[in-house]
Ligand binder design. Structure first.
Ligand code: GLY
Length: 430
């Protein structure tokens, strides 16, 4: 029987979500997005252009077209309570309630929950409501610190001393934050992402992925929403030992259990961003959704039925056997407008020859009578899938380098050199 699925969001991550849903011929896809994503538009039976935080319009559209299940891509609609509103109408969701999404939307809540339920991997932290007190704290410490606004910042609000800012810059930044600040110890190590499907109690992990935040090759330049990511065919990363992986998974279990015990069970995708340190994985943050770009890595190799996973998460009946990924490596490379992220050139035409095998996911572009134009954020992503990382990288590179226009991408993501550097760094720390 045909089932109607709503995708909320219009970026590369949501194109990957729509594509994964479309693998089941019985799914009928609808979307709500703030800008028409050509990839999602093509896969959808119908869509509405609306702000992804406009819960009323999402509800009206979902009711009009008779949606059965919804997948929420970005964090902002979760914060606005879109899942609570959809569930009231009997629509099952892959996405947490407003209360349990606080694991991402309220960084002070996340740290307090971890402390109260004694979840491992908690860095040393302090919470400040008053920025003057935060400034005093930063001034009186010698070691490097991390400054995090408590609320959502679109992934670009965290400033790490010694990486993004010096002490004077950290003080100036803290002074500019009015809605509460979490200050944490600076963690040294290698970052990795562990995402899991969660049905309230059970969690089923996805392959490990490593994202690249910096704008330019060699991890230089300003922080971005993520320039690309890779995963390996064994679904692990070589600088994450079995023991590290076991610890990270236990931390994910423990935080899901803490949310359940505190009366806000979590249903959706839980994203753990970890720093692998000399003393094991520490939690940088949790997100209440798929990562972008990481969603494109994992959904491109999902061999089980994604629509069935959504239904089982919503109904609280998820089993390990419902989630199967191909034993393949993936590399995702984002193509971005020249000048991104600080002064992106929007409105420039880009041509995308489809003379390569890489999967193409549209992100923040507009389509004017068949001509694709850049907008201010990341434009397109190419995902290479192959038996080895080198195969996947070659494929993603062929896709990204084929684009003609005023755009650029990171050519180093997924290359052996970067992986060797990560392994050597971890060895040196240990
Ligand atoms: N890849 C980082 C994020 O999705 O927040």
């Amino acid at each position: 029987m045909a089932m109607k699925f709503l995708v909320v969001g219009g970026g590369g991550r949501e194109h990957a979500i729509a594509r994964a849903l479309s693998c089941n011929p019985n799914t009928v896809i609808y979307a709500v997005m703030s800008n028409s994503n050509p990839g999602i538009a093509t896969l959808s039976y119908g869509y509405s252009i609306a702000q992804e935080t406009d819960v009323e319009r999402i509800i009206t559209f979902a009711t009009e077209v008779g949606i059965d299940y919804a997948v929420i891509g970005p964090e902002a609609p979760l914060q606005c309570g879109v899942v609570d509103a959809l569930e009231k109408l009997g629509i099952g969701c892959l996405g947490p309630s407003q209360a349990s999404a606080r694991i991402e939307t309220d960084k002070a809540f996340c740290r307090r929950l971890m402390k109260e339920y004694q979840v491992d991997g908690l860095p040393a932290y302090r919470i400040f409501q008053d920025s003057a007190e935060a400034v005093d704290f930063i001034s009186s410490h010698d070691e490097d610190l991390v400054i995090k606004p408590i609320g959502l910042t679109g992934g670009k609000g965290v400033k790490v001393m010694g990486e993004h800012v010096d002490r004077a810059g950290a003080i100036e930044y803290a002074r500019s934050i009015s809605d509460g600040i979490v200050i944490e110890e600076r963690l040294i190590g290698e970052e990795f992402t562990l995402m899991a499907f969660v049905d309230g109690r059970s969690i089923v992990p996805m392959p490990l992925v490593q994202d690249h935040k910096r704008a330019f090759n060699g991890d230089t330049g300003p922080n971005t929403g993520g320039m690309g990511s890779y995963s390996l065919s064994d679904h692990r990363l070589p600088f994450v030992t079995d023991a590290d992986y076991g610890s990270a998974l236990r931390i994910m279990h423990d935080v899901v259990s803490a949310l359940d015990r505190s009366g806000t069970p979590y249903r959706g995708v839980l994203y753990g961003q970890f720093m692998n340190t000399v003393s094991g994985p520490k939690v940088i943050e949790f997100n209440a959704r798929f990562g972008d770009p990481e969603a494109m890595n994992v959904l491109s190799i999902l061999s089980s039925d994604f629509s069935e996973i959504v239904i089982r998460v919503a109904e609280g009946t998820l089993r390990q056997s419902d989630v199967v990924f191909e034993q393949k490596a993936t590399v995702c490379k984002y193509v971005v407008p020249e000048g991104y992220p600080d002064s992106p050139v929007a409105g420039d035409p880009i041509d995308i020859p489809r003379d390569n095998e890489a999967l193409l996911y549209y992100a923040n572009v507009s389509d004017t009578d068949g001509q694709i134009l850049t907008r201010r954020s990341r434009s397109l992503a190419f995902v290479g899938v192959g038996p080895t990382l080198a195969d996947a990288e070659r494929s993603a590179e062929a896709g990204a380098s084929s684009v003609i226009g005023n755009v650029r991408y990171r050519s180093d993501i997924g290359k052996d050199e970067i992986l060797m550097r990560r392994i050597a760094h971890m060895k040196e720390l240990r």
